[in-house]
Design a protein around this ligand. Structure first.
Ligand code: SF4
Length: 215
């Protein structure tokens, strides 16, 4: 009797799990295709709960598993918009990965706040650095994951624009959320450990985002 009841409970849980996976994937595909964000908090909650199973399922069906990360980043960008836009430029931090630097970058690494761009002009970070200074935003270049956390603690931002591959953006934006910092994510357009690319225009637009006050 007990075994029979236990069996039924297991089957109910298995069906509920499968339905939840299918529903979340359906919502992710819908958001990805239409760019319409529906049930954002529900989708983010289920994704954070079932992140690995969802990615594995997509891989099994030969679908790019970063779909989950892409949708999460899109949702968080939308949800964070108002809180981010309400912060002043001085409260914001622009966090860049070291992989977008030139291979011949002469910048030095500080153990406290990452790589210090010298604006040598060998890569587009020079322009970003100049624009950041003009806007009053602090810009950091992180050599890696643990360093990013250190920079975050050092700079104590009220808002952050992060650049990374989708999986790292997913993780970074989740951590920022847990710290109560509204983040805007900009994905890399080509991946790798070196010579990666990104839409610089998008970074600048995100950095400049502000609430337009009606007259
Ligand atoms: S512009 Fe800055 S980040 Fe780019 S190569 Fe020169 S020093 Fe390095």
């Amino acid at each position: 009797m007990i075994i029979e009841t236990l069996g039924k409970v297991v089957i109910i849980f298995a069906i509920a799990f499968a339905v939840l996976l299918a529903l979340t994937l359906f919502l992710c595909f819908f958001i990805f295709r239409t760019k319409k964000i529906i049930f954002p908090n529900f989708v983010l909650f289920i994704i954070s709960l079932l992140y690995e199973p969802l990615r594995r399922l997509l891989s099994f069906f030969r679908v790019d598993p970063t779909l989950i990360d892409r949708v999460s980043v899109e949702i968080r960008n939308a949800l964070n918009y108002l809180d981010f836009a309400a912060t002043s430029m001085e409260e914001r931090v622009l966090l860049l990965p070291q992989c977008i630097r030139s291979m011949e970058c002469p910048a030095k690494l500080s153990s406290v706040d990452g790589i210090h761009c010298m604006e040598c002009g060998k890569c587009a970070i020079a322009e970003l650095s100049a624009i950041s200074k003009e806007l009053g935003i602090r810009m950091y270049i992180s050599p890696g994951g643990t360093f990013t956390g250190r920079i975050f603690m050092h700079s104590r931002p009220k808002a952050v624009v992060g650049v990374a591959c989708y999986p790292n953006l997913y993780e970074g934006m989740l951590n920022a959320k847990l710290m109560g910092v509204p983040a805007q994510g900009v994905p890399l357009t080509t991946l790798g450990c070196v010579n990666t690319t990104v839409d610089y225009e998008e970074i600048i637009n995100k950095c400049k985002m502000q609430i337009t006050k009606s007259k």
